[in-house]
Design a protein around this ligand. Structure first.
Ligand code: FDA
Length: 546
């Protein structure tokens, strides 16, 4: 039985306890200078920002929020996307800075450095374990929501997208200019570009076009010296590192230039579900042989959820799919390849690619929906949740699927999402970007959400996630067991950035990045030797030889 690696700080519960109990002065990074009260920190930070940006303090103060500012709470909460980290006991930043320009970002980096506060970077706030806006040490948040330009160049089929933009804004801006270009990124429109793209990024075109990072042309970031770098200035190593290695270890990503992809005028979506009594076990078992191997134009996500039907507990398996083509073609393809699904033409809806993005966001009448809904940021709205991830290399035997379903019925709430790879993913080398899991059959996301604020319920649901993760050990990748950086999971280890920083970093780092971890550490050591850009799961520097 394995729930965590032996030398990791092992559970969310422990992590939170750690956040709330750890005396700040005992942590191993040098403590902030005994300067004092947060108001003097605020004053000296403001003065520094004003000097560096040559802007009067009265003006620059509009982008700096200390805890006494009446807008502080609404600014903080706007991009908290997991209600678990929106409680009165959640640690709060001393200052939130909301830059309006690149020069504000540079100045914020330079002015924070001497203060020795942890410097958290937030774009869309969707980090599943809240690492962009919580810390157990005194911290600032650099919140990039104002830097949201998206400019689409139709003739070059490229776009510059800023870190603080959301995926919904990116898709909308592309749709405004073209109905036959798209972008292969995540399916939730409020996810932020900064975290999503720097951490890899994938969506329902992953089998056709690979990851989001496979479409990078250029990038802009602010390094630890406050310098704005583009790809040429940062060099290929650093550009590689921020193409999936997580921006937050290397600097502040300002944006990426990306290549758009061609999409057909008509695509097809469908959703088909089966219960255990109607053959779900066979369907899921067979899906493993088809989902990752079929036509690259077809992405069939599998959702597996315990449910109660007619007072009987069972499991529902739902295939949610995007086919980059017409309904007739996907129906005849799956009649041959996956008859267990029993897909009929009436299950399918043809629409444009942009409408399919709305449909994947659960807009049932996607073809009737106002495209502008993707500009809605839904601020300060979140439920409670926990995610974990795994990778499957070899199909799970039918008996294994059956035992998994029974385990899920026993646990009662936690669900799984299987995301098929294959296609383009398997054609790209596993060191082309920091993301190493190219040859896996599929990725598993463990997923549990709830609405009620109750510590007892929370403990129960977090425990379900751990028990199921442990149950899956024999079925998933090993040595190391893989994990997806963008499905942040502090259970697999956190870093105190003390003497054992490298060792601690290796635990989660190898799970996220495999052998690419070594190159990331080397780059980190070169570009940020003082480890200014750090978080609980950032890339550590190499241990000093002394
Ligand atoms: P957030 O601002 O929380 O940042 C996440 C991490 O990146 C933090 O460590 C942060 O410090 C760092 N960071 C953010 N901006 C940075 C910047 N400008 N420079 C440097 N570092 C920066 N993933 C996926 O691949 N496909 C999907 O379909 C989905 N769907 C999805 C739905 C929902 C509802 C959620 C909550 C999450 C997803 N995800 C996902 C996961 C998502 O890709 C992941 O959480 C991203 O890191 C979120 O990026 P944000 O900028 O929103 O997060």
């Amino acid at each position: 039985m394995l729930t965590t690696r032996p030398n990791s700080v092992s559970s969310v519960g422990f992590f939170l306890l750690f956040l709330s109990l750890q005396p700040l002065s005992s942590l191993s990074q040098p403590p902030p200078p005994p300067m004092s009260s947060s108001s003097s920190v605020h004053d000296s930070f403001l003065k520094c920002l004003s000097d560096k940006t040559k802007t009067p303090q009265s003006q620059i103060s509009k982008i700096v929020f200390s805890q006494t500012n009446p807008s502080y709470t609404s600014v903080l909460r706007a991009y908290i996307r997991n209600a678990r980290f929106n409680t009165s006991s959640t640690p709060k930043p001393t200052i939130i800075v909301t830059p309006l320009s690149e020069s504000h970002v540079s100045a914020a980096v330079l002015c924070s450095k001497p203060l020795n506060y942890v410097f958290k970077i937030r774009s869309g706030g969707h980090d599943y374990d809240g690492l962009s806006y919580i810390s157990d040490k005194p911290f600032f948040i650099l919140d990039l929501f104002n830097l949201r330009d998206v400019s689409v160049d139709i003739s070059g089929q490229t776009a510059w997208i800023s870190a603080g933009a959301t995926l919904g804004e990116v898709y909308y801006k592309i749709w405004e200019k073209s109905k036959v270009l798209g972008f292969p990124a995540g399916v939730c429109p409020t996810v932020g570009v900064g975290g999503h793209l720097s951490g890899g990024g994938y969506g329902n075109m992953v089998r056709k076009f690979g990851l989001t990072v496979d479409h990078f042309i250029d990038a802009k970031m602010v390094d630890v010296n406050g310098t704005v770098l583009d790809r040429k200035a940062m060099g290929e190593d650093l550009f590689w590192a921020i193409s999936g290695g997580g921006g937050g270890s290397f600097g502040v990503v300002l944006g990426y230039k990306v290549k758009l992809v061609p999409v057909p005028e008509t695509v097809t979506v469908f959703r088909v579900e089966q219960l255990m009594a109607s053959g779900a076990v066979d369907m899921v078992h067979k899906w493993q042989f088809v989902g990752p191997k079929t036509d690259k134009n077809l992405f069939m996500r599998m959702l597996i959820q315990p449910v109660t039907r007619n007072k009987v507990k069972t499991v529902r398996a739902t295939v949610v799919a995007l086919f980059l083509g017409k309904a007739d073609d996907v129906v005849s393809l799956l009649e041959k390849e996956l008859p267990e699904l029993a897909l009929k033409k009436e299950n399918c809806t043809e629409m444009t690619w942009y409408q399919s993005a709305l449909w994947w966001d659960n807009r049932v009448n996607a073809t009737e929906t106002d495209p502008k809904v993707f500009l809605d940021r839904n601020l300060d709205s979140s439920s409670f949740g926990k995610r974990k991830s795994d990778y499957v290399e070899t199909e799970i035997p039918r008996k294994g699927i059956e035992s998994l379903f029974n385990k899920m019925i026993e646990l009662g709430k936690i669900g799984l999402v299987f995301n098929p790879y294959g296609g383009r993913m398997a054609e790209i080398a596993d060191d082309a970007t920091p993301f190493p899991h190219r040859n896996m059959l599929y990725k598993i996301q463990y997923s549990v959400n709830w609405k009620e604020s109750s510590p007892e319920l929370e403990r129960g649901y977090l425990n379900q996630a751990k028990v199921l993760y442990s149950f899956m050990t024999g079925f998933v990748s090993k040595n190391p067991r893989g994990a997806y950086l963008n499905y942040r999971d502090v259970d697999i280890g956190v870093n105190d950035h003390g003497e054992d920083s490298y060792k601690e970093g290796e635990v989660y780092g190898r799970m996220y990045f495999g052998k690419n971890f070594d190159r990331l550490v080397k780059i980190k050591t070169e570009v940020d030797p003082g480890n200014f850009f750090r978080n609980e799961q950032s890339i550590p520097t190499l241990p000093s030889k002394a």
